[in-house]
Structure formats: structure tokens, C-alpha cells
Write a protein that binds this ligand. Structure first.
Ligand SMILES: [Zn+2]
Length: 189
């Protein structure tokens, strides 16, 4: 491992310990030339995963890119760095153990949305706005409409009660499903 400070090729490992429940190993190293200390992380890579982009281009899966898009979505939201690490690790693990050698960026996007949906609603909408390329305010409006509808339709005790109380509010006819989300807006119907 090349020293990041002086470029010397020989370092000595001072300490190794498993982190993230044994998924990776952190090593403290010291440069044998300039004595600088730095840390490396060794991580299992089960297979080289290619990501197929929308325009058909392929690139190697990058944990950094995945992490960056998630960090951007959760900026200033009440999500701890530990939670984020766990989520990103889980996503990476899921991607690497799928047994596939390639995956579409769209599939990854869906997985991230699923995770963010459970983590933080604002981060979820932010990520969706980038991933689904929202162009105008109406796109947000529609998406939030669908999102709220989906969460209302979760058959929790609370919504069951709500359903009994306001049956018309939950009538399936008014439901915004992915099929009719293209409807320009509610004013026209
Ligand atoms: Zn050095």
C-alpha cells in the first residue's frame, strides 16, 4: 500500500481489526519512510458488478458513488452516520450477493428508494427527484401524492380506523396508481 503522504511503497501494519460485524477489516498502517500513519479498509468483493446506465453505457459498481447519492439525499436530515453506514453496507451486500454480474442503474435506484423510504421521508423525496429527473414543481406534487397514498394504504391499525371513519378518502377509484400517475393534474378530472 503506497503511502499517501510521501508515496513510499512499504508500510507496516500496526493493528488489524474486523469492523462492521466482520464484513470488513480496518488496518492501521505506518509508513516506513516518513512514519505517517493512515488507515486502510479491506472489504470482501464477491463479484465485479457492472452497472448498466440508462443510455446503455456500463461502468463498474462504485460504493463511493452509491454513498454520495445517499449522502446528498440525507443532507441535514436527522440520520446518524452509523445509520447511513449500515444502510450503505446493506445495499452493497445485497448487490454483491445477488449473483448477477450486472444490474441497471434503475434497479439500484429502486433499491435505494426502498431503503430511504424507511429511513427518512424527505431524503426519499429528494433522492426520487434526482433519480426520476423531476423537472417542475408538479412532478413533486404528483410524486408526494402517490407516496402519501401508498403510505395511507399500508394496512396499519391506524389507517384501518381511518378507513372506517372516512371510507371515501380511501376508495380505490381515486387512488393514484403508477398507471394513472401520468394524469396531468387533479383539476382536470
Ligand atoms: Zn510516507
Amino acid at each position: 500500500m503506497r503511502c499517501p503522504f510521501c508515496g513510499f511503497m512499504e508500510t507496516q501494519v500496526k493493528d488489524s481489526r474486523p469492523i462492521e460485524e466482520g464484513v470488513s477489516i480496518r488496518r492501521r498502517r505506518v509508513c516506513l519512510n516518513c512514519q505517517s500513519r493512515f488507515t486502510t479498509t479491506e472489504r470482501i468483493q464477491l463479484c465485479e458488478l457492472s452497472v448498466v446506465k440508462k443510455e446503455g453505457r456500463r461502468e463498474l459498481f462504485s460504493r463511493e458513488k452509491l454513498a454520495r447519492s445517499i449522502y446528498t439525499a440525507v443532507r441535514k436530515r436527522p440520520v446518524s452516520p452509523e445509520q447511513l453506514e449500515r444502510v450503505i453496507n446493506a445495499l452493497q451486500h445485497r448487490l454483491e450477493t445477488m449473483g448477477e454480474s450486472e444490474i441497471t442503474s434503475q434497479n439500484i435506484g429502486e433499491m435505494v428508494m426502498e431503503v430511504l423510504n424507511n429511513l427518512d421521508p424527505i431524503a426519499y423525496i429528494r433522492f426520487a427527484s434526482v433519480y426520476k429527473e423531476f423537472k417542475e414543481a408538479q412532478d413533486f406534487q404528483e410524486f408526494i401524492g402517490i407516496h402519501l397514498d401508498a403510505s395511507l394504504n399500508k394496512d396499519t391499525k391506524k389507517t384501518m380506523k381511518e378507513k372506517q371513519k372516512y371510507p371515501t378518502l380511501f376508495s380505490p377509484d381515486d387512488k393514484m396508481t403508477p398507471e394513472n400517475k401520468k394524469k396531468p393534474n387533479l383539476m382536470e378530472s
